[in-house]
Design a protein around this ligand. Structure first.
Ligand SMILES: [Zn+2]
Length: 138
């Protein structure tokens, strides 16, 4: 694993404590995954964490609690169905998302999204899917 200086200092947005880079098995007890997570140092009282990009110590987004993690998964599924169904290319789908929510390149990642923005994205995706007569079982 990388040296300590490579770690990013991340604060938990829920409780303000520092997040600690840990093996995913610390959280996912049942699966000893060879992955890393930034976990709130208040865990498990504060159930906030975020994964890192494979092979790096770069977080995939901001720390999220259970509700937000769930919402981000739903939002991602909706968003992916837009380009998977060929309404836009994947690249254009991201551009559409950026235009719709006035996001910079750095902000245009569902891993950075708040609860509110996840809900907005889900709604916008539903509109696009409906306009294209595509039904998604949710
Ligand atoms: Zn916390």
């Amino acid at each position: 694993m990388k040296k300590k200086k490579d770690h990013q200092r991340i604060k938990c947005p829920y409780c303000g404590r520092t997040a600690v880079l840990r093996k995913a098995s610390y959280v996912y007890k049942e699966r000893a995954l060879d992955e890393y997570l930034y976990v709130c140092s208040g865990y498990p009282d504060c159930d906030a964490y975020v994964g890192v990009h494979a092979g790096t110590v770069i977080p995939k987004g901001s720390l999220a609690n259970g509700d937000l993690r769930h919402k981000r998964i739903l939002a991602h599924r909706m968003f992916d169905s837009i380009w998977r169904n060929g309404i836009f290319s994947r690249r254009d789908a991201y551009r559409w998302m950026q235009d719709t929510f006035s996001l910079s390149d750095a902000q245009a990642h569902i891993g950075q999204f708040s609860d509110y923005r996840c809900e907005c994205l889900i709604q916008e995706c539903q509109k696009v899917l409906k306009n294209n007569h595509i039904r998604i079982a949710s």
